[in-house]
Design a protein around this ligand. Structure first.
Ligand SMILES: Nc1ncnc2c1ncn2[C@@H]1O[C@H](COP(=O)(O)OP(=O)(O)OP(=O)(O)O)[C@@H](O)[C@H]1O
Ligand SMILES: [Mg+2]
Length: 463
């Protein structure tokens, strides 16, 4: 498990339930129990409790949690802290970063590649924002402190989120916190912790048999003239909380030791298999490309001088390939707009036409138009708004007898959609602009997904 952290997140949407107290003190207790075990901690909240507790006076800071989210490797951000606990310094920039976090799996990926060993504890904000969701997704174990009914009710959102994402809820565990032993009830639920546990179990939530008492001594650990925050382990000996933390740490350690493969390693394995799958899918998309331009038979090997600007694919996937910029512009000018295709390459009208074509995609579909076969040609904006639609007769040759030329419309259609004289297939041809500097990028996983979605939408809309 070296280089793959076992991740524990402390989370609750309710503020002031003891998250940060558990996160920081659990780290210290774990280290005290197992000296050789690397224990690390960071906070996704914008306060600096962790830094106040673990940083040595005057310790230089090299990067913080924001850098982790901006793809710096986690192990490079770890600072050796007090009590032998490693910490990543906190950041006040996280709010700005939230919008740039794409999806709930970013932190899982970053931790899988973090090279952090041992146990990593993540403290969170009292909010189920995208950062907390990321921490939950990356965790082997989630500790949810509850101190009263409102905080218990709030847990529902975390459990619902796990349901929604298909995650194993066994990793979630509630822990009654700030339990005031003086509060007693009549009836079956004698005290706060029994009541909270009973309500939790009733709702199907797993609840720890350990609880943390409310202790004035613990409360006072962060109020002192030095402005420091003292640990329970060193400054609250003799209290119930001291022993409760000891039990909690033992339990966590046992679960850690029973875990063969932490989520970060599982995630890394999954990422690698995903990479392999993406590579294979990309190669299969490459292998079915027609090697030359449909319209001029120029070999499109991507060498200099050949401007590949359009990608085409039929809706049944039977034909796919690239078209040269010049050929496709000629085709549009003559076959579709009935203009002179023999304009010079630097002709302003032609250049404007060329540029505006790149802002569109095109659909060609064969139609049975009474006696004569025909092609329906549609032009759309890149956002999918229909700009023009027209029916063209499908003839093999165009022009007069002496100046007869093979029809490019006919070439495009017969080479992709098949023989128009046979039964008309329920397919269409989609021609989409590509980045001329890197035409194959349209076949990369995410771009191809977008292209496929467009194909799908067009198939739904056509008929
Ligand atoms: N066992 C305890 N006994 C008494 N006071 C406690 C105990 N645990 C935490 N506290 C106090 O309760 C307050 C809230 O604790 P803490 O900051 O750990 O909660 P939190 O859930 O992290 O809060 P936030 O949601 O604002 O981040 C603090 O003043 C802390 O000192
Ligand atoms: Mg906190």
């Amino acid at each position: 498990m070296e280089n793959y952290p076992y991740v524990i997140t402390i989370s609750s949407e309710k503020g002031g339930v003891g998250k940060t107290t558990i996160a920081t003190n659990l780290a210290i207790y774990l280290k005290a129990l197992s000296e050789d075990l690397p224990v690390s901690i960071f906070s996704l909240d914008n306060h600096f409790t962790i830094d106040k507790m673990f940083a040595f006076k005057g310790q230089p800071v090299r990067g913080d949690v924001a850098d982790l989210l901006l793809e710096t490797r986690g192990s490079e951000l770890l600072h050796t802290g007090q009590f032998g606990v490693n910490y990543i310094p906190s950041s006040s920039q996280l709010a700005d970063l939230r919008n740039s976090i794409k999806g709930p799996m970013v932190l899982a990926r970053l931790l899988a590649g973090s090279c952090i060993s041992g146990i990593l504890i993540v403290d969170t904000r009292p909010e189920l924002d995208i950062l907390t969701q990321n921490a939950l997704y990356a965790s082997d174990r989630v500790i949810i402190p509850v101190k009263d009914m409102p905080s218990l009710e709030n847990c529902r959102n975390i459990f619902d989120l796990f349901d929604k994402r298909g995650l194993d809820k066994k990793s979630l565990s509630l822990i009654p916190c700030l339990v005031d032993a003086r509060i007693k009830f009549n009836g079956p639920f004698r005290d706060q912790k029994t009541l909270l546990r009973a309500y939790a179990t009733n709702r199907g939530y797993r609840c720890s048999d350990i609880f943390i008492s409310k202790s004035p001594k613990v409360e006072g650990l962060n109020t002192n003239p030095e402005g420091r925050i003292y640990p329970i382990l060193t400054h609250a000996r003799g209290t119930e909380v001291y022993n409760q933390f000891s039990n909690l740490a033992r339990q966590v350690l046992q679960e850690y030791r029973q875990t063969d493969t932490p989520r970060s390693l599982l995630f890394q394995n999954w990422l690698e298999s995903e990479e392999e799958r993406k590579k294979e899918a990309y190669e299969s998309r490459l292998s079915r490309l027609k090697p030359d331009c449909l319209l001029c038979n120029h070999v499109l090997s991507g060498e200099q001088g050949v401007d590949v600007s359009y990608y085409y694919e039929t809706s049944d996937g039977a034909a796919a390939g690239f078209l040269e910029e010049k050929c496709f512009t000629d085709f549009l000018l003559s076959a579709i707009y009935n203009l002179d295709k023999k304009m010079d390459a630097d002709n302003q009208v032609r250049l404007m036409f060329q540029d505006s074509s790149r802002e569109s995609f095109f659909i060609l579909k064969t139609r049975n138009n009474g006696e004569e076969p025909a092609v329906e040609f549609s032009r759309y904006t890149l956002k999918g708004t229909l700009l023009a639609r027209k029916l063209y007769p499908l003839r093999e040759y165009e022009g007069r007898l002496l100046s007869r030329e093979k029809s490019t419309l006919h070439v495009l259609v017969s080479e992709t959609l098949g023989d128009y004289r046979g039964p008309i297939r329920d397919t269409f041809l989609l021609i989409h602009p590509v980045n001329p500097k890197n035409p194959h990028s349209i076949l990369h996983e995410d771009n191809y997904k977008t292209f496929n979605r467009l194909m799908h939408n067009m198939a739904e809309g056509s008929g």
